[in-house]
Design a protein around this ligand. Structure first.
Ligand SMILES: Cc1cc2nc3c(=O)[nH]c(=O)nc-3n(C[C@H](O)[C@H](O)[C@H](O)COP(=O)(O)OP(=O)(O)OC[C@H]3O[C@@H](n4cnc5c(N)ncnc54)[C@H](O)[C@@H]3O)c2cc1C
Length: 417
């Protein structure tokens, strides 16, 4: 939808084929028990410039649509870090030096590490795992468990022992070392389908385009001039095609095409990591101390109070990113465990009125060091790839997906290759 909106802005009529009944993909609204949920709690950073720009382009209002929190990391009873209102990177250094829950040695080690990364311009000569980089820079086990591990999992959805240090540094560079507002955390107040793709669809239609739901692409057929697509509506011909399906579908659609062996191999080599979200609806008086709060060494990694974020009182979301023992539990067991943690950590005695577990088993690619990700431009002229898995600085994020969509759109504009 980012690619479609960007093309619509240039008055190019686009046709969007979406296989699902609704727009949004891995960032979509879900309706359950008369309550509007998301398939997972999403968090944007202030540095997600392209995503925020496009939300405004299609009629959103970032300040109204999001709860904006200055950089803060709270691991209940274990770590409290808040950035003061000072220019970057001073705000981060002071946040680290004043962090509650870290001893002096750890605070200084973390601040020195950040300064060392800045001196290296956030570039490694050779990529390695985050765990290896932390060891090289004297970050001890306690500091890793309380600070670096939650940060890495939140940013890359990959455990520190497997995660790419270079990709983490790319995110730290953009979020922490330019403007203070880049590190702001933005929590959506409306569901994700309403936030962007639905508005983008209306925008595309206002600019002469079409959006077809429940109409997946079954085959991509390059012709002498342009490309045809086979869908439930028959065969249609286009000058350009941007394949913006998930990596698994892109692999299936591209595999039969000549000349794409390397691209298909790169996509096939991507491994996937899950994200589970457990929603618990409590009576309206139940609330957390903050809109977003982390837990240390619990099944729940981050908790979100949808009452404080979006006025959905009593609705709490527990996010469990990356692989782990939670995958061995049934959904009922998992919901019970999360409710027990809420009871033990915050004294919540009420029983949830209902719970809903949304398990996204292929939430993001596993962001390992030195990953070869496919370029947006395929070897077939006028066939492009958009999606969070394509080559770029970012891990699998909304901003990564949007940036690739915008890049594809610009490559389709007249006079561009
Ligand atoms: C639970 C969860 C939590 C997340 N949290 C965050 C977060 O906090 N911050 C963040 O930045 N990112 C987060 N992400 C990652 C983010 O959601 C993804 O990176 C992003 O949505 C990927 O967008 P995409 O367009 O690349 O792919 P997708 O969203 O997967 O879109 C692909 C689309 O293609 C459609 N499609 C599939 N097959 C076909 C076909 N044959 N024909 C036509 N259409 C087809 C699909 O239905 C889908 O709509 C999270 C992801 C999940 C799952």
């Amino acid at each position: 939808m980012a690619a479609a909106a960007e093309l619509a802005a240039a008055n190019i009529p686009v046709t969007v084929f979406e296989s699902a009944r609704q727009l949004g993909g891995r960032a979509r609204g879900v309706s359950y028990n008369d309550t509007q949920l998301d398939n997972g709690q999403h968090l944007l950073l202030g540095c997600y410039r392209e995503t925020l720009r496009l939300i405004e382009l299609v009629g959103g209002d970032v300040e109204r649509d999001f709860l904006r929190l200055p950089l803060q990391l709270d691991l209940h009873h274990h770590l409290e870090l808040r950035a003061p209102r000072l220019p970057a990177p001073l705000h981060l250094l002071l946040a680290l030096l004043n962090a509650k829950g870290l001893n002096w040695h750890e605070r200084i080690a973390a601040a020195r590490f950040m300064l060392a990364l800045r001196a290296m311009d956030f570039r490694l000569a050779q990529d390695m795992t985050v765990a290896e980089l932390l060891k090289l820079h004297g970050q001890d086990a306690d500091l890793t468990l309380k600070f670096w591990e939650p940060l890495t999992i939140a940013a890359l959805n990959t455990p520190v022992a497997q995660a790419s240090a270079q990709v983490l540094l790319n995110v730290l560079r953009d979020a922490l070392h330019r403007k203070r507002a880049d590190s702001d955390m933005l929590l959506p107040r409306i569901d994700f389908t309403a936030l962007f793709p639905q508005r983008a669809a209306a925008y595309v239609e206002r600019h002469g385009g079409q959006v077809h739901l429940s109409c997946g692409v079954d085959a991509i057929m390059p012709e002498d001039i342009g490309i045809s697509l086979q869908t439930a509506q028959g065969k249609q011909h286009f000058s350009h095609v941007i394949c913006a399906a998930s990596s698994a579908t892109a692999e299936r659609l591209l595999r039969p095409l000549a000349g794409l062996t390397d691209t298909v191999q790169q996509i096939a080599a991507l491994e996937q990591q899950p994200i589970y979200t457990v929603y618990l609806q409590y009576p309206a008086h139940v609330r957390l101390p903050h809109p977003m709060i982390g837990l240390h060494q619990r099944i729940s990694q981050w908790l979100f109070d949808k009452g404080l974020i979006a006025g959905q009182r009593g609705l709490l979301a527990s996010v469990i990113s990356a692989e782990g023992i939670h995958q061995e539990l049934s959904q009922e067991e998992l919901a019970r465990k999360v409710a027990n943690e809420l009871h033990e950590e915050f004294g919540i005695d009420d029983t949830p009125l209902w719970s809903k577990v949304i398990a996204e088993k292929r939430a993001t690619f596993c962001c390992a060091p030195n990953l070869q990700r496919p370029a947006t431009q395929t070897p077939i002229p006028n066939l492009l790839l958009a999606g969070d898995y394509t080559a770029g600085d970012y891990p699998a994020t909304l901003e990564g997906a949007v940036m690739s969509g915008v890049d594809c759109a610009r490559r389709c504009l007249p006079g561009r290759k």
